[in-house]
Design a protein around this ligand. Structure first.
Ligand SMILES: Cc1cc2nc3c(=O)[nH]c(=O)nc-3n(C[C@H](O)[C@H](O)[C@H](O)COP(=O)(O)OP(=O)(O)OC[C@H]3O[C@@H](n4cnc5c(N)ncnc54)[C@H](O)[C@@H]3O)c2cc1C
Length: 381
């Protein structure tokens, strides 16, 4: 595989770099992510600018408002926005999960209603999969959807729903037939977060921010026309969502990690002196980053050949989350106790990284996937 840019990729990279230089104000660079990106109006404004310039939904087909570009362009987008320390598009779940799922399973009316608004950040989406009794085991979802005429009446609770406090719509996995065999009783719905009976309660995280939420559904009426896929096909539709969640995440995660490793190198130049064990630990993080980057290229190769994300996505997410925790801990160590008095960037990253080994599949679950689907080992249970 030739990892150098093709002439088209090089031209795209140069054009994007110039656009970022011209459009991204210096004071908006280097933000710490997390809930902060929703604090001011700039998050949505920046997302709208990305869309107008054609950088939102780069790989989405043109008929849905995307650029119809190859996946390598999306990878370049992540690399260059990380280099510029630019904020991301606020529609994380819409762009990465809800949009691709609607494209795969949605009706024409659903596609027309939502896809372009996801790109322009007019609609923010959240994901209602996890419940107090169903996380890794999504098939155990108990939020009930009862069919009554042309509506489903939804009752139950979801938890850990990122961005639900600002979301306009939710992709919701419900139990429509409690008597059906496992995997066959689930139905996937698009829920208007402003519908009567939807109540969102933010949950404060270890960072002090509330990025995720509980969602309660009390007799919420959802039109049957908001169903994605057939009744009872919710499991298959949810698998499309999860495949995209991990499949396209790698470059974005690695790009964010690169920002951290570059800061770590700056901190090391300032604080390390002759301590060889610290120097080794810093060098290890740089080497691990390169390994992750090449695994991403391998994943990109699979995606471009087959159009379907390969199992590399699970391995990348696993290695990235563990590295991010180690790397941010080292960053805090290098700054010493006075690090807490500066802008708090390392402190915030270290606290936020604790959730990395839980969200989008826990490390244990990802190890099971790699063991069973990549290495062909016998099933754990
Ligand atoms: C920051 C953050 C954001 C999130 N955002 C969302 C969101 O937007 N929408 C959403 O729906 N959910 C979201 N989640 C929830 C997340 O998907 C779940 O927390 C995760 O799937 C684990 O589920 P659980 O918490 O119920 O833990 P459990 O599934 O109960 O797991 C508990 C422990 O058991 C282990 N375990 C479980 N099954 C196995 C197995 N088969 N083999 C070995 N070990 C196992 C797990 O690894 C874990 O250590 C978010 C979580 C975090 C931390």
């Amino acid at each position: 595989m030739d990892l150098r840019d093709t002439p088209e990729e090089a031209a795209f990279r140069a054009e994007l770099r110039a656009w970022l230089d011209a459009n991204l104000p210096d004071e908006k660079r280097g933000g710490r992510g997390g809930a902060q990106r929703f604090d001011d109006a700039f998050g949505r404004e920046w997302s709208r600018m990305l869309h107008e310039a054609g950088y939102a939904g780069l790989t989405w087909p043109k008929e849905y408002g995307g650029a119809g570009a190859p996946y390598s362009f999306q990878a370049i987008f992540y690399e260059e926005t990380a280099r510029a320390q630019a904020p991301g598009h606020v529609g994380v779940i819409g762009l990465g999960m809800a949009g691709p799922t609607i494209m795969a399973h949605g009706t024409d009316a659903q596609k027309r209603a939502h896809l372009s608004k996801i790109l322009s950040a007019e609609e923010i989406w959240c994901q209602g999969f996890s419940e107090p009794g169903a996380g890794s085991d999504l098939a155990a979802a108990r939020t009930r959807a009862e069919r009554r005429g042309e509506s489903y009446v939804v009752n139950g609770q979801k938890v850990w729903s990122s961005f639900a406090h600002i979301a306009d719509y939710c992709i919701l996995v419900t139990l429509s037939d409690p008597d059906a065999p496992r995997y066959q009783g689930l139905t996937y719905l698009i829920v208007d977060m402003r519908a009567p009976g939807v109540e969102v309660r933010p949950l404060r995280q270890i960072t002090g921010e509330a990025e995720f939420n509980e969602i309660f559904f009390n007799d919420v009426e959802v039109p049957v026309s908001n169903r994605l896929g057939d009744e009872g096909q919710g499991w298959q539709v949810a698998m499309t969502t999860l495949l995209h969640e991990r499949g396209t995440l790698g470059f974005a995660l690695t790009a964010a990690l690169e920002v951290g490793v570059n800061r770590l190198l700056d901190a090391a130049r300032e604080h390390v002196d002759g301590d060889s064990s610290l120097r080794e630990r810093v060098a290890t993080e740089w080497i691990e980053l390169q390994a992750l980057r090449y695994t991403n290229y391998r994943a990109l190769g699979t995606l471009q050949r087959t159009g379907i994300p390969g199992p590399e996505g699970s391995a990348i997410k696993l290695r990235w989350s563990e590295q991010n925790q180690r790397m941010t801990k080292l960053g805090r160590e290098l700054h010493g106790p006075e690090g807490i008095l500066d802008d708090g960037w390392w402190h915030h990253q270290q606290l936020r990284s604790r959730g990395n080994t839980i969200e989008a599949g826990t490390s244990e679950v990802l190890r099971n996937i790699v063991a069973e689907r990549v290495l062909g080992l016998p099933k754990g249970r």
